[in-house]
Unconditional design. Structure first.
Length: 282
């Protein structure tokens, strides 16, 4: 996929005249009715894909679909609780019934759930794993069952977190689930490669979403977080959408089992920042 270095970026997550064309493809985005999920759904749609938004909040999904359709995107709201096998199976059947196929599955739905370890319960732990890991497993499985009926492959994208690699106090369940998601994706990349189905991880850094932004966190944290990002700002859902379009592109045949970090350079700075802070405290 060599391209001229001076080829301009377009607003649809692709390149003018370039390979990022998802026309005729169908993408599922779990939790795609707000925040990062909606940014990904929008980018996939602007690149030409029909988009099925799987989410529990039907009112929010309807509003998201209306917004996407207003931009000329073909989209549908599909009620789904990713932690429920029954509703995931039904959502996949509804998506295939509506669009005829599934080519891309973005496992984005999740939640972090803060709770001190000593006061946690097994129910807390299992709920967090169900939403963040089991939901991805079920979504991938049902979408792959459709992809495997054709010879043109597909793309699985797991939305993970820096918590998969770094300590997350009081978010141990979320961290464990996101680390597990990475293991799931890598294993599927190897197992499904003969079917032409690719699987990759997309890891956001500090990203504005429906729950958090630089304006919604304490000023000191906002200032410190931006100062820690070489790009000098938090990411946006559109930043993640552009990366998802890349991973979803059917011509990206040789990119699988990898983790694409979209964090403005924050990850490469983390060890340096930790050492610097230790020196300041010492």
């Amino acid at each position: 996929m060599d391209e001229p270095a001076d080829q301009p970026l377009t607003g649809d997550g692709g390149r003018a005249g370039g390979p990022f064309d998802l026309s005729g493809r169908v993408a599922v985005v779990t939790g795609g009715n707000r925040g990062i999920g909606l940014g990904i759904a929008r980018a996939l749609g602007l690149a030409g894909a029909a988009v099925a938004i799987w989410a529990r909040d039907t009112e929010q999904s309807a509003a998201a679909v209306a917004g996407l359709e207003g931009e000329g995107i073909t989209a549908a709201a599909v009620p789904c609780d990713v932690g429920s096998e029954e509703t995931v199976v039904a959502a996949a059947a509804a998506t295939v019934g509506r669009f005829g196929r599934i080519d891309v599955c973005v496992a984005n739905a999740g939640g972090d759930g803060h709770r001190p370890f000593l006061t946690s319960t097994l129910e807390d732990w299992e709920r967090t794993l169900r939403i963040n890991l089991t939901g991805a497993y079920l979504s991938f499985r049902e979408c792959v069952r459709d992809m495997a009926t054709r010879a043109d492959g597909g793309s699985l994208i797991g939305i993970t977190s820096g918590s998969a690699h770094h300590a997350a106090p009081e978010m141990y369940g979320y961290a464990a689930a996101k680390a597990g998601l990475g293991g799931l994706v890598r294993s599927l990349a190897a197992e499904l490669a003969p079917l032409g189905i690719r699987a990759n991880v997309l890891q956001p850094g500090w990203t504005e979403n429906s729950r958090m932004s630089p304006d919604s966190v304490p000023t000191a944290l906002a200032v410190e977080s931006v100062a820690s990002i070489p790009a000098g700002r938090w990411g946006t859902p559109d930043d993640l959408g552009t990366a998802a379009v890349y991973l979803a592109d059917p011509t990206l045949l040789y990119h699988t089992g990898a983790e694409l970090r979209v964090d403005g350079g924050y990850g490469v700075m983390a060890p340096y920042l930790a050492v610097r802070r230790a020196r300041e405290l010492g």
